[in-house]
Ligand binder design. Sequence first.
Ligand code: BDR
Ligand code: CA
Length: 326
Amino acid sequence: MTLPLLIDTDPGIDDALALLLALRSPECSVEAITTVAGNVPVERCTLNALRVLEAVGPARVPPVGRGADKPLTRTLVSATHVHGDDGLGNLAEIREADGSLRYPKPRVSLSPLDGPDLILDTIDRFPGELVVVAIGPLTNLALALQRDPRRMAQLRRVVIMGGAVGVPGNVTPVAEFNFYVDPEAAAQVLASGLPIELVPLDVTRNAILPRSVLQQRLAACPDPVSRFIADTTQRGFQFGEEIGEGGITLHDPVALGIALVPSLTYFESLHVAVECEGALTRGMSVADRRSIPVGRKAPATCRVARWLRAADFRDLFLSRLCPGSS
Ligand code: BDR
Ligand code: CA
């Protein structure tokens, strides 16, 4: 059966790659996209989601709902040093030889519903079936829970890219970006009882895409989508090289890949909570991995991805983004 997906996102270079993976995968149908402030302000994230849709031109364009413009209680911290000022590696500035913009303003229009309402509306369209893949700060999900927890309880799965369970963070020594930006939202979502599958840095860090590998695969399928991918990933590769990672880390595509093919990982049920108070530990994901009898621990709040079949994931990712190449 085709998986109905809603993608909650803050594009973001790796978010854009995750959207492309979903839009080009036959296992799922992208039923809605909601945007949230994160890597860049929400207006830019929204424009970027529309840009991806414009680049792919899917037969059925999903509704796009602009979501929260700031975290629940905090000032937005963004990541333009990673993703470029426009969030997509500054592709909005690229011009053709004749001076025209390579990526003019998209013609795809926005849903009248805001992000949280579009989440609730999409649940109504697919009660008990909808899978949410959340690859930005969790503000929209927390707001949708506040507006209607009963409807949210009808989600089939909630796959979240976020947290760092047994590895260092990527914003602070202990915090991953999505949880760091809106720790209160992450805490509320993790405590909600929703069927959460957490895909933390522990797993996504194993999915590094070297520049040469992508270039070779894109060269084998020259089309406008390949050009879009090449243009938007330039900045990502530069950042990966600056920090010595040897490529782009495919955080968000990994979460999407696991949503499509759960056997890419194995899950461990754990109690995970998010630190909202600490001065040094803001947004830290605190997982109870103590070896004590289950009954003496708080019950699990989610299933945590603990490992990645990295080669299989890379094959899936490249075969969908560069069809026909090998
Ligand atoms: C997460 O942070 C963002 O910059 C990425 O898009 C990803 O969702 C990784 O920590
Ligand atoms: Ca993201």
